[in-house]
Design a protein around this ligand. Structure first.
Ligand SMILES: Nc1nc2c(ncn2[C@@H]2O[C@H](COP(=O)(O)OP(=O)(O)OP(=O)(O)O)[C@@H](O)[C@H]2O)c(=O)[nH]1
Length: 207
């Protein structure tokens, strides 16, 4: 059996239950699993091939376990990662502290790894604004301080998941405008419409 070629390693990090596995499920399989929460044990791997113009780029995504019990193991998975999606739950302030812990780790141990800060479960905030525990601007300020991109996503509705993760991830990996031509707005759950050019501009100036 031949080994699979992975063009870029991506690692998911964050406190347990912030929604890392759900983000991967939404992004890779376009679904949101309901039912009892099952924590990840160790880590899970999924390969995501993406057609970009003439090329196929394969992202190898490592979904790590958020429980502190697996902290040492998670370090193995971010080694050599091109990008890290550091997640926090918008309704859980302690998860933001944990995200800061992972950012610090990455900055000290994996300085070339591009960091994406992701506030999850945006649908809960949309339904009830009083649930928000991390102010958007505080998270944005932190992201700017560490030179990271920042998103608020919902794996339940799909909001921002495919478009932003794919655009930013691939743009930072490929550094090409080609990545704009493969994500349909339907898949993305959001229509960038007229915003595409300003979005591209912000990509250019943040990578
Ligand atoms: N409403 C809502 N719930 C979500 C969302 N994402 C995840 N959840 C729920 O949050 C719980 C934890 O989600 P997971 O994706 O398993 O979290 P995880 O970060 O992978 O957890 P660990 O494996 O323990 O590290 C599950 O009950 C999910 O259904 C979201 O976008 N919206």
């Amino acid at each position: 059996m031949s080994a699979m070629r992975v063009d870029a390693k991506v690692v998911m990090l964050g406190k347990e239950s912030v929604g890392k596995t759900s983000l991967v499920e939404r992004y890779v399989h376009h679904r949101f699993l309901v039912g009892p929460y099952q924590n990840t044990i160790g880590a899970a791997f999924v390969a995501k091939p993406i057609q970009v113009a003439e090329k196929v780029i394969t992202l190898g995504i490592w979904d790590t376990a958020g429980s502190e019990r697996y902290e040492a193991m998670s370090r193995i998975y971010y080694r050599g990662a091109r990008a890290a999606i550091v997640c926090y739950d918008l309704t859980d302030s302690s998860s933001f502290q944990r995200a800061k812990f992972w950012v610090n780790e990455l900055q000290n141990c994996e300085e070339h790894c591009k960091i994406y800060l992701c506030g999850t479960k945006n649908d809960l905030i949309e339904a009830d604004r009083s649930l928000r525990q991390i102010d958007y601007h505080d998270a944005q300020d932190f992201a700017e301080e560490i030179g990271a991109q920042h998103f608020e996503t919902s794996s339940k509705t799909g909001r921002n998941v495919a478009t932003l993760i794919t655009f930013f991830l691939l743009f930072s990996i490929l550094k090409t405008r080609d990545c704009f031509f493969f994500v349909s707005s339907e898949e993305a759950g959001v229509d960038l419409g007229q915003k595409k050019d300003s979005f591209f501009y912000s990509c250019c100036h943040n990578n």
